[in-house]
Design a protein around this ligand. Structure first.
Ligand SMILES: N[C@@H](CCC(=O)N[C@@H](CS)C(=O)NCC(=O)O)C(=O)O
Length: 238
């Protein structure tokens, strides 16, 4: 099966959570919009009049005739196929629940630089962004990080992974969150990281996985920027 990932070509964004799973799962995939003529193909697949079940926004994934949208939904689908989720229904639902919580966290990270409207430029909402980011640093980032630290601490199979004794796509996503937050909020996140030793260990463990390490060193891994979800604005880092 050759998977087709559809995501904006110039930024890691939400596509990165899917890419990490495809890479760790050694899946045969193409990153459609990053290929020649790929943007046209993506927009046609998103909005074409003959698409019966169109996705609202990238990322979406094609697997044969199936088209799956929503990051957490794509990972739910891939997790079973790529050996990145538990076999039991209860285990899969728990992993999916963690991924949905990660999706909520991602939305709040996005809203630090776009608290008023996604359709406006950051420069048009700088004052509100500063207030939103201050609350994010003080309350929301610690709340989410404390939660994932607790999940690692309470895993009956030990604190190496979020679910069970093996890596799942949720671990890969927690790695990406830590990586993006370290870029966007270097000072605030470093202060947090000291309190979240298990997350830090998980970050290092995922980064060192052979397929992930090879991917991170490859041109397939896009750098963070100032147009994606993770943006660095000094004034928002406190
Ligand atoms: N809940 C969706 C959000 C998808 C989403 O917001 N995608 C962004 C890029 S990361 C986008 O293209 N948004 C366009 C829009 O909202 O109009 C997911 O997790 O996949």
């Amino acid at each position: 099966m050759r998977y087709e990932l559809y995501y904006w070509p110039s930024t890691p964004g939400r596509g990165e959570f899917v890419r990490l799973a495809l890479e760790e799962g050694a899946a045969d995939y193409i990153d459609v919009a990053r290929r020649k003529g790929g943007m046209g193909k993506m927009m046609g697949s998103l909005d074409g009049p003959r698409i019966a079940q169109p996705s609202f926004a990238p990322p979406f994934l094609k697997a044969g005739k199936q088209v799956i949208g929503q990051t957490a939904n794509i990972l739910l689908f891939l997790g079973g196929r790529l050996g990145l989720a538990p076999a039991s229904e209860a285990g899969r639902l728990w992993t999916h629940q963690l991924q949905l919580t990660i999706a909520d966290f991602i939305d709040e990270i996005h809203d630090t630089h776009h608290p008023i409207a996604s359709s406006l430029y950051y420069e048009d909402q700088k004052r509100e962004a500063k207030r939103r980011a201050a609350d994010f640093r003080k309350n929301r980032m610690p709340a989410y990080l404390d939660y994932f630290e607790k999940i690692l601490a309470r895993n009956p199979q030990g604190p190496r992974y979020l679910v069970g004794a093996r890596a799942t796509y949720a671990d890969l996503s927690l790695f990406e969150l830590a990586s993006g937050l370290a870029y966007a909020f270097p000072q605030a996140f470093a202060r947090q990281a000291r309190r979240h030793k298990r997350i830090k260990d998980l970050y290092e463990r995922v980064k060192a996985r052979p397929r992930i390490a090879a991917y991170l060193a490859s041109p397939r891994r896009l750098p963070y920027d100032q147009v994606g979800i993770f943006r660095h604005y000094k004034e928002l880092d406190g």
